[in-house]
Design a protein around this ligand. Structure first.
Ligand code: DC
Length: 204
């Protein structure tokens, strides 16, 4: 039976790691919807019209090697402001969400716009400073040269753009369970998410 878990939140709050762990725990498929916007952003950086890119995304685009860079993250956040780009990506996400085996989608607008009827909705957040520290460590581990201040400024700029846009802004759904990971290590955050979803699932 279809069971959709919507996991939203700002950049680097831990939702990617939590989503993967939730998918593994319940045997659900996982879609990182940020990758769709990153793939469109990456093609736009190469000169392509964002809407054309969104309409013609392929699996290869989602496997691109440079999608995790800071430049692509900012480009993704910019193309994500465009309502037509967002519309072009809706059907794919909704079809993924309703697959029979169950699905976890993480992003910014999953619980509010893409899957307002999702059985479980989580909003994973943390302070901007903590998120920037995590992202900084991640970028360094991937061999990228940067500094904490730049990463913090990037995180805040992306938060502002993602939250203030008119179409599908970043915000918790009214019925989302909020998990603040500022004071949690990753194991505790994963446990909080799995426990919350288990309660909902057992009640179905
Ligand atoms: O989750 P991420 O950092 O990979 O997302 C990159 C950008 O894509 C993010 O800053 C905003 C946009 N995005 C969005 O607007 N809606 C989503 N569902 C997922 C990502």
């Amino acid at each position: 039976m279809a069971f959709t878990v919507a996991i939203d939140g700002p950049a680097a709050a831990g939702k990617g790691t939590i989503s993967k762990a939730v998918a593994a725990a319940f045997g659900f498929a996982h879609l990182d919807t940020g990758l769709l916007y990153r793939a469109v952003g990456a093609r736009h950086l190469l000169g392509e019209d964002p809407l054309q890119a969104a309409k013609s995304l392929t699996a290869d685009d989602l496997a691109g090697p440079n999608l995790r860079t800071a430049d692509v993250a900012q480009a993704a956040s910019k193309v994500a402001v465009l309502p037509d780009v967002r519309s072009a990506l809706v059907d794919f996400q909704q079809a993924f969400a309703r697959r029979d085996a169950g699905a976890v989608l993480d992003g910014r607008d999953i619980g509010t716009v893409i899957c307002p009827d999702a059985e479980a909705k989580l909003f994973v957040t943390a302070s901007a400073e903590i998120r920037a520290e995590r992202r900084f460590n991640e970028l360094c581990a991937n061999g990228q040269t940067t500094d904490y201040k730049t990463v913090l400024a990037d995180v805040k700029e992306r938060d502002r753009r993602d939250s203030e846009r008119a179409t599908a802004p970043l915000k918790p759904a009214d019925d989302a369970i909020i998990i603040d990971t500022s004071e949690l290590d990753i194991e505790a955050a994963i446990k909080a998410a799995i426990d919350a979803i288990s309660v909902i699932r057992d009640a179905k």
